[in-house]
Design a protein around this ligand. Structure first.
Ligand SMILES: [Zn+2]
Length: 244
């Protein structure tokens, strides 16, 4: 379904507070992919937390050439950015940035993290997106999306998968929905225009990644205006899981 054919909506379907777990590859992915939506959800009273699969140490540049030091810098930038959107719970798995692999071991580790947190909603990115608009998608983004989707279904909710985790005290999950950002096949478009400014404010915290923050804001505002005037939308592939 082309995004153009979907009407942007103000999303208010969830009437009770949801526990939302965002699983993505890098610090800054949540704010870039869905910062407006995150701000909207936290302001509605939902509990949002991040689980980032790498620490982003390969996001080096001339100003930030030391990848070990960069981990620490990005840790603080991510905390500040998330805080701007009402998120205070951020965990990292420390897989190698740039080399994130889809394999059984990594799926097993992620299933344990999901079972530990018991989310209602899991949010990630579409693993099928090789090219997004005019850009190649980062392989870590695709890998993070694939790991998240495979961990959610059928593993996390099924006691026959990684049964040793249950013996260690974890429980199977009852995830209701999966939302995938960065998709070429959206089925829901959220009008999050009201959260444009806070999303930009959050993105400005990622100083090591965006260069001059004022120039960054100018460029992104110009791009939004070109795409959608003064409106700002974020789009997802929304998937319902059968809850037994
Ligand atoms: Zn990324």
């Amino acid at each position: 379904m082309a995004a153009d054919s979907l009407n942007p909506i103000i999303f208010d379907e969830w009437k009770t507070p949801k526990k939302i777990l965002i699983i993505l590859a890098h610090p800054d992915d949540p704010e870039f992919f869905m910062g407006g939506t995150i701000d909207h959800w936290t302001r509605c009273g939902h509990h949002v937390s991040y689980l980032l699969l790498t620490k982003g140490e390969r996001g080096v540049s001339a100003e930030y050439p030391d990848s070990e030091a960069l981990k620490e810098i990005r840790f603080h930038e991510q905390a500040d950015a998330a805080h701007t959107l009402g998120v205070t719970e951020i965990d990292y798995m420390d897989h190698p940035d740039g080399y994130l692999e889809v394999n059984l071991k990594n799926r097993q580790l992620l299933v344990a993290e999901i079972r530990r947190r018991q989310p209602d909603i899991v949010v990630s990115c579409d693993p099928q997106t090789l090219i997004h608009h005019f850009y190649l998608n980062h392989p870590d983004h695709r890998a993070a999306g694939q790991l998240a989707v495979d961990a959610v279904f059928p593993a996390a909710g099924n006691p026959a998968f990684f049964a040793e985790q249950l013996k260690e005290g974890l429980s199977v999950t009852k995830i209701e929905e999966v939302w995938l950002s960065l998709t070429n096949d959206p089925n829901i478009v959220l009008d999050v225009s009201a959260y444009w400014e806070t999303r930009l404010e959050a993105l400005r915290k990622h100083v090591s990644q965006i260069g001059d923050p004022d120039e960054f804001v100018r460029k992104w505002t110009a791009r939004r205006n070109e795409l959608s005037g003064d409106r700002y939308n974020e789009q997802f592939r929304r998937i319902f899981l059968r809850v037994s």
